[in-house]
Write a protein that binds this ligand. Structure first.
Ligand SMILES: NC(=O)C1=CN([C@@H]2O[C@H](COP(=O)(O)OP(=O)(O)OC[C@H]3O[C@@H](n4cnc5c(N)ncnc54)[C@H](OP(=O)(O)O)[C@@H]3O)[C@@H](O)[C@H]2O)C=CC1
Ligand SMILES: CC(=O)N[C@@H](CCC(=O)OP(=O)(O)O)C(=O)O
Length: 313
């Protein structure tokens, strides 16, 4: 059975990577628009309603517009890579490891998680659910991303300026990912989110430092790691590393494309402090790879079909 797929925003950073992953697969037939029509509302409406699946790789406003162009009778199932619907109850949050693969199989509207939230939620949500971390703790998220995370505009800026080593942003302490992190981890307080961009094209490191010893209970770093290992034991995509020696270079300037995510739990000797660290590709598990994982599950296909999971992160 062949399913038709329309990628709206196919000329963008995320869209192109989705096309690369879909092109060799014969389970899917791509509906494409040429350069002259890719932003034409009428052509997009036709493509959106003709497709079995639409994958939206657009800015938020254009993604909302695409949803309005859909005729419910057409039955198109949607995966939205933007942040427009990530805390919308009418959409399933497309993090299969957290929401359950069975729900993905049935879903008609799936919101792809944000890149940084994928790292944060991958670390924190299972631990809050298990009662090992408190839901009412004031969490902090320190993170760096490759510059493709900002799409075509940021890629152009990095290519043009050439000498940026560390670009801190969201310095007003607001960011579109904060609500998503709070809601899907079930937290009482909004997080402090401190993102930065570094001169790597792709890849990201998302870190949650914890004063574990200041929390109630006698939870240890080993207990956190064991819980994450149990939670992801069946996952072919998320790996939880043990406490052994760790290469200090978590992100290379020429990081290869990868659709997995690796989690680390590093504890101090006295057990008081812990660093939870997620390493992923913003264009892999952080965007395009996640969309393909969701598409596979929505089609009843093997979860990892077409994913890039070859070399370890
Ligand atoms: N880059 C990343 O790592 C990640 C991105 N995302 C999300 O994915 C979405 C796309 O991001 P990204 O690929 O980085 O962005 P890009 O800017 O690289 O691509 C966006 C594409 O959408 C096109 N576009 C804009 N408006 C319209 C419209 N009205 N109709 C049709 N096409 C339109 C743009 O056209 P043009 O080429 O003319 O500018 C561009 O090709 C965003 O919502 C982003 O938040 C999610 C996770 C990670
Ligand atoms: C480096 C950079 O600018 N990253 C983007 C996040 C990536 C993005 O726009 O997409 P998602 O929200 O769908 O993850 C940002 O911080 O706004």
């Amino acid at each position: 059975m062949t399913r038709s797929v329309f990628v709206d925003g196919a000329a963008g950073t995320t869209g192109l990577e989705i096309l690369e992953r879909l092109a060799p697969r014969d389970e899917f037939a791509l509906i494409t628009l040429d350069e002259a029509h890719r932003k034409d509302v009428s052509a997009r409406r036709d493509a959106l309603n003709e497709a079995d699946f639409a994958i939206l790789c657009l800015p938020d406003d254009a993604a909302r517009e695409a949803v309005e162009l859909l005729n419910p009778a057409a039955g198109t199932r949607v995966i939205d890579a933007s942040s427009a619907h990530r805390t919308d109850d009418d959409w399933l949050y497309g993090f299969p490891e957290l929401v359950g693969r069975e729900r993905m199989a049935e879903a008609r509207r799936v919101s792809n998680p944000g890149c940084y939230p994928t790292g944060f939620l991958g670390l924190v949500a299972p631990l809050v659910r298990a009662g090992l971390l408190p839901a009412d703790w004031p969490y902090t998220v320190n993170a760096v991303s490759g510059y493709s995370g900002g799409g075509k505009a940021l890629i152009e800026r990095f290519d043009a300026e050439g000498d940026i080593a560390f670009r801190a942003y969201a310095l007003g302490l607001e960011h579109k990912h904060r609500p998503e992190m709070q809601v899907h981890a079930g937290l009482k307080h909004g997080v402090i989110f401190a993102p930065a961009v570094v001169p790597a094209y792709r890849g990201m490191v998302v870190e949650v430092p914890l004063h574990l010893g200041a929390m109630d209970g006698n939870v240890t770093a080993n207990a956190l790691r064991t819980e994450l290992q149990k939670f992801y034991a069946a996952s072919p995509i998320v790996t939880v590393r043990d406490a052994g020696p760790l290469d200090e270079v978590l992100l290379h300037a020429a990081q290869p494309s990868h659709d997995g995510m690796t989690l680390h739990v590093r504890g101090s000797e006295d057990g008081y402090h812990v660093r939870l660290i997620a390493v992923l590709d913003n264009l892999g598990k952080g965007a395009s790879g996640a969309a393909i994982q969701s598409l596979n599950l929505m089609c009843g296909l093997p979860e990892t079909s077409g994913l890039r999971l070859g070399s370890a992160q």
